[in-house]
Ligand binder design. Structure first.
Ligand code: FAD
Ligand code: UDP
Length: 379
């Protein structure tokens, strides 16, 4: 073995694939019973509808290197992601666009008139210098729209004072003064034609790659654990960085999600793939309806049943799956301490969403793995 990769998510798979292609023998371990990390999907046993077990995953990127790379393993459908939100019993389009603004204010404003209105309502904060999610949110869309569509959804998603949350979290969502309601601004987007798992398995399908599942790096009763490997073989570690150091600098804040999956006896439950729930009186943040991710499979999916998944968010305890880094000022201070520790760890490279405590999308995880391979490992 020339390289040990801990974690078979897209970061670990990208490193492993590049290393194997360069003639290295790689072992990937993962504590789960499947590869692919959070991008993993499976066919629902009752309906055959592809379900993203860890929450809906939409691939999008503007990075030509990443786009070329992922297309080596899968083709993508022409799916374009659109999200709607329910507020006060009424459905509005997201991200906030001219349609949302005119519907919310029962008006027929032009782009310039809508800009002028928002400017008037957003005067409290300048989004360019905003220090928190709340300041950036109000600065971008004004207080009435912020309170309707962002405040309570964010409270459910993060249960953290929006004045403590990083401004970047809200910068993920564009604001548009046209009727364009594409959720993402990226050049390319789509879903893997044969599903996520076929894509992820193809990345690991190389004679120089061995995948060992149900193998926890911290379980000293199993081979390839931390004690027996660190300093002996180069390691790429993509699990939580605080766990690696036994929480020596304190626990980093993570959000986890609970998913409630249900097969309903109707052909179409909500008419779209993702419906957000903006209000505090609905306990979940959103409902996914998986059939809508693949309209091209309509003849293969049943017409009288559908799979939906309600998503609930809460703080992660140590035994929960950590999904979203919270990133309060206290977390960021701890992260700096963990970065110092990471730099001193012999032959261990920390990567991915958990290993760097960053809110990475798939294309960002792949892009940063390609950079790590090129800059730190290839030679
Ligand atoms: P992960 O996929 O988390 O993989 C890490 C792996 O490490 C896991 O398989 C885990 O089991 C393993 N591991 C951890 N600890 C150990 C250990 N001790 N021993 C062995 N193995 C270990 N991105 C998008 O581009 N679009 C989306 O729509 C999107 N939606 C998302 C929705 C949710 C709910 C979440 C959580 C993420 C979403 N993402 C999305 C992000 C996407 O999942 C990540 O970018 C991608 O999974 C990052 O891959 P990764 O390899 O860093 O981490
Ligand atoms: N957000 C919101 N209302 C919405 C959708 C998003 O307030 O209807 C905010 C919320 O704080 C969320 C952030 O914008 O965490 C990013 O949203 P996105 O849909 O990109 O999050 P993800 O899909 O990663 O959960």
């Amino acid at each position: 073995m020339d390289l040990l990769v801990v974690g078979s998510g897209l970061f670990g798979l990208t490193i492993a694939e590049r290393a194997a292609d360069a003639g290295r023998d790689v072992v990937i371990i993962d504590r789960r019973d499947h590869l692919g990390g959070n991008a993993y999907s499976e066919a629902d046993p009752d309906t055959g509808i592809e379900v993203h077990r860890y929450g809906a995953h939409l691939f999008h990127t503007s990075n030509p290197t990443v786009w070329e790379y992922v297309n080596r393993f899968t083709a993508f459908t022409d799916y374009v992601h659109r999200v709607y939100t329910t507020h006060g019993g009424v459905v509005y389009p997201l991200p906030i666009n001219l349609g949302t603004i005119n519907q919310f204010f029962s008006s027929a404003r032009t782009p310039d008139q809508a800009r002028a209105l928002v400017r008037e309502q957003a005067g409290e904060f300048d989004p360019r210098t905003a220090r928190s999610l709340e300041e950036r949110g109000i600065g971008l869309i004004g207080r009435p729209l912020y309170e309707a569509f962002i405040r309570d959804y964010t409270a459910k998603q993060w249960q953290t004072d929006p004045r403590e949350l990083p401004a970047e979290v809200i910068s993920r969502l564009p604001v548009r003064y046209t009727y364009d309601n594409r959720y993402f601004n990226d050049t390319w987007e789509g879903l893997p034609v044969e599903g996520y798992t076929a894509w992820l398995e193809r990345m690991a399908d190389h004679p120089r790659i061995e995948v060992r599942l149900e193998t926890d790096f911290f379980d000293e009763t199993q081979p390839l654990n931390r004690r027996d490997t660190v300093g002996q073989v180069p390691i790429v570690y993509t699990g939580p960085v605080d766990r690696y150091f036994d929480y020596a600098e304190g626990e980093l804040g993570w959000r986890t999600l609970d998913f409630e999956r249900e097969v309903l006896p109707v052909g179409d439950f909500q008419g779209t793939s993702v419906m957000n729930y903006a209000d505090a009186d609905v306990p979940y943040t959103r409902i996914h309806e998986f059939r809508h991710f693949h309209p091209e499979r309509a003849d293969r999916y049943p017409s009288d049943r559908t799979v939906v998944m309600r998503e609930y968010s809460r703080f992660a305890e140590r035994d929960d799956e950590p999904y979203y880094p919270v990133g309060t000022p206290a977390d960021r201070a701890r992260l700096l301490a963990y970065r110092d520790l990471s730099a001193g760890e012999p032959g261990v490279h920390f990567g991915g969403r958990l290993g760097t405590y960053q809110y990475l999308d798939m294309h960002m995880a792949i892009g940063s793995a390609l950079s790590m391979w090129r800059n730190d490992l290839a030679a």
